[in-house]
Design a binder for this molecule. Sequence first.
Ligand code: ATP
Ligand code: MG
Length: 455
Amino acid sequence: MAKPKRRYVCAECGSVANRWQGQCADCSQWNTLVEDAPETAFAAKHHLSGGGRVLAFEKLDAPSAPTARRSTSLAEFDRALGGGIVPGSAILMGGEPGIGKSTLLLQAAAAIARNGGDAVYVSGEEATHQVRLRASRLGLADAPVRLAAATSVRDILTTLGRDEPPALLVVDSIQTMHSDMIEGAPGTVSQVRASAFELIRYAKESGVALVLVGHVTKDGTIAGPRVLEHMVDVVLSFEGERSHQYRILRALKNRFGAVDEIGVFAMEGAGLTEVENPSALFLSGRDEPLAGSAVFPAIEGTRPVLVEIQALIVRLQSGATPRRAVVGWDTGRLAMLLAVLESRCGLSFSSAEVYLNVAGGYRLVDPAADLAVAAALVSALADKPLPLRSVWLGEVSLAGEIRPVAHTPLRLREAAKLGFDNAAGPTEGAGDKPRLAYAGLKSLSGLVDRVMASA
Ligand SMILES: Nc1ncnc2c1ncn2[C@@H]1O[C@H](COP(=O)(O)OP(=O)(O)OP(=O)(O)O)[C@@H](O)[C@H]1O
Ligand SMILES: [Mg+2]
């Protein structure tokens, strides 16, 4: 019998190669190729064009039940999921070590169990007494969660197959799971993929909502094969500074809803509490209105991030050439904006030094930041602070018009979520119902009038 062929899989992108190479040919990462479990002798001998079951095709408009969602009783968790957990869905939650993944999922499992749902929590990382200790610290010890410490997928599925499927199955974490169908230690690409595949198949067949915890690598992506993210329905990322109390739960992918809502939590002794008005945390340090400071709702990949733009204008007495210094933005773009402000709005910057800074070391490349930069400049020049809870967005043309920008509704929703109550931007593209007062500006002169009118 021919020896089964070896295959190598890239741990970063999941691409397959027939021989080991130092660098993946697809994603160019180094030392990411690992040997995959060999093909079975049975599979090697058979082809796939016969002997199967004939599929029955269905119509797109065939009646089907609407997506039912189950609330986790944690409103912020539900919000990040797009309105609750969908039965039969697979959710992958990634996050830095110690950020609170196990805490959040134990709280969600306990809440579901207390509301009469059957919640199963399988820990592959901690012994049951550790989880029990956490539960009693969180005041959840009385919740009828079924808890087990296990790492064998076969054991888990055998146990769950004996009675009614639970409503929620938490597997903490997928990197500790082991499938005896294939070779390799837990945490290897082929093990993670095979274990996830079996668990997801069980979830789809039985209607169990499955939550897999995933480790993250140094650069913040979920460890293991990228295909894991493709296999699940929802990818959540739990983020935050460990030294800081606040945590943000974001959906990076959601097959059942939008990914533009975030859940905000505070890590306290009694667990994660929901933060309904997170403005306080994101605006910390911006307590009083200062001239020259404007907030811009930026987009980072698919995620909105609010950044503060600061401008300082220093009038020069002598006729020396004034400096323009920019940190975090494009110098050429600043020169253009200053020229437009001079020629279209009659403001004079020619005898003044202009300093522009994007706070927090953030780098902006988005042209949508034009209006926020212009607002900061005009505010600094006039020494008039902008309203504290306002955001500015829009691209400025050479004629001084404010042009629509991409993802305006998403940016406005994020701003509203973070406690901002008014926004100024282009007249078009703001969406139907932003949860804040929106001023559509046609041109930069409208901006100057607005800044001059502010308190
Ligand atoms: N006694 C305590 N009082 C307050 N907070 C605590 C206490 N014990 C743990 N914590 C908090 O809980 C966090 C650990 O949470 P958790 O174990 O849920 O994280 P995790 O994301 O599951 O981590 P890992 O990746 O290691 O599994 C700690 O970083 C700490 O902030
Ligand atoms: Mg954990």
